[in-house]
Design a protein around this ligand. Structure first.
Ligand code: UD1
Length: 357
């Protein structure tokens, strides 16, 4: 079976690494990894490929950044050409990015079956680019690989009940697989002069938090307030770097985006993680570190229900600061296993190859 996988952004490299590894043990599957080039900086792409032991992509399309329509349109055209050349039997996409959208649409237009990992995840906010991408991808895909029962229920509600399998979250597989590698190799805490349990780790990259200067300024001021009590380290996504009013806001330790192994180490050592990323929120949970979700809602509601994250809408400096400082004293209960047991990659491969028991 010829399988084409379309990836393009940092979180997709993490997920694809685990599934590609599981696919390599299948002599009956020939996977071609297509990288759209949506992420191209070393910190977002190059380091990720080496940290994740993911071989170089077989096809690099080099699309780069741009407004959503232009970026997605350019991808659609070049992904279609690649698929025409490769003639795969199936196309695999991950998550909710423009690369996933373009991969799924290009395949669907060629009448190729699409498999979607992270199917059924919903925020309920249609204005978010990721939410539109998820809905469209789920409605053109044939094989819907959901991370949780709640995600499968969302698909059912949207009339997409057929072709759904609950496989768990492949990001959990990644934390299990690379957590020990990160422990052995990452020196980031020492490099940054941090001690385990002695800092808050912050990440902010979602358009709704970065593109409105008032919201971003509120987050920065809130973090500065937190930093009067406990150190705050913030690896800055390149998107956010260009939008900050000051390159180095006083009191905060801003560092360029870090690779996957260093990110796992920073999460593991944090007293609390404050983030607007669904991936970082889950990685903190999987490493048993409490988090604050700097959003009005989350797709990963089970983590809220279990008490491992608290929604703190970034409505201003005091809301952000109070939410994070409160979380410092929080002791969540048992972690629970709402997203499977770390064998999602194997299950995904079983469904892709039709070899489920
Ligand atoms: C994208 C995804 C988002 C995901 C995130 C993970 C969409 C709609 N959004 O957001 O869901 O959570 O990736 O990181 O697909 N840039 C660089 N170097 C790069 C890539 C981007 O400097 O290698 C800068 C550019 O200024 C670019 C901006 O970041 O315009 C935004 O990049 P883009 O790929 O459009 O979206 P992300 O914010 O990364």
């Amino acid at each position: 079976m010829r399988l084409a996988t379309v990836v393009g952004t940092r979180p997709q490299f993490v997920k694809a690494a685990l599934v590609s590894e599981a696919l390599r043990s299948r002599p009956d599957v020939d996977e071609t990894l297509i990288h759209t080039g949506q992420h191209y900086d070393d910190a977002l792409a190059g380091i990720m490929f080496s940290d994740l032991e993911l071989g170089a992509p077989d096809v690099e399309l080099g699309i780069g950044s741009g407004p959503h329509g232009a970026q997605t349109g350019r991808m659609l055209e070049v992904v279609e050409s690649a698929l025409l050349r490769l003639q795969p039997h199936q196309v695999l996409v991950y998550g909710d990015t423009n690369s996933a959208l373009a991969g799924a649409l290009a395949a669907a237009k060629l009448a190729l079956p699409v498999a979607h990992v992270e199917a059924g995840v919903r925020s309920g906010r249609r204005f978010q680019p990721e939410e539109i991408n998820r809905i469209v991808v789920d409605h053109v895909a044939e094989l819907l690989l959901a991370p949780s029962a709640a995600a499968a229920a969302n698909l059912d509600r949207e009339g997409r009940g057929g072709g759904v399998a609950v496989v768990g979250d492949v990001m959990l597989d990644a934390v299990r697989r690379f957590g020990p590698v990160s422990e052995a190799r990452s020196t980031i805490l020492t490099d940054l002069g941090l001690s385990a349990g002695g800092y808050v780790l912050a990440t902010v990259h979602r358009a709704e938090n970065t593109d409105d200067p008032q919201v971003l300024a509120g987050i920065v001021a809130g973090l500065q307030h937190v930093a009067t009590e406990i150190g705050v380290v913030w690896p800055v996504h390149p998107r956010t770097t260009g939008l900050l009013a000051e390159e180095h806001p006083p009191g905060l330790l801003l560092v360029p985006a870090v690779g996957y192994l260093d990110m796992l180490a920073l999460e593991r050592g944090a007293a609390v993680v404050a983030t607007d990323s669904g991936g970082v929120q889950r990685e903190a949970f999987y490493q048993q570190v409490p988090s604050v979700t700097l959003r009005h809602e989350t797709e990963w509601t089970e983590i809220v229900d279990l008490g491992w994250t608290v929604l703190v809408p970034p409505t201003g400096p005091s809301a952000v600061a109070a939410g994070i400082l409160d979380a410092l004293g929080r002791r969540p209960g048992a972690a629970g296993t709402p997203y499977g047991d770390g064998t999602a990659a194997r299950e995904i491969v079983a469904h892709l190859t039709g070899s489920t028991a």
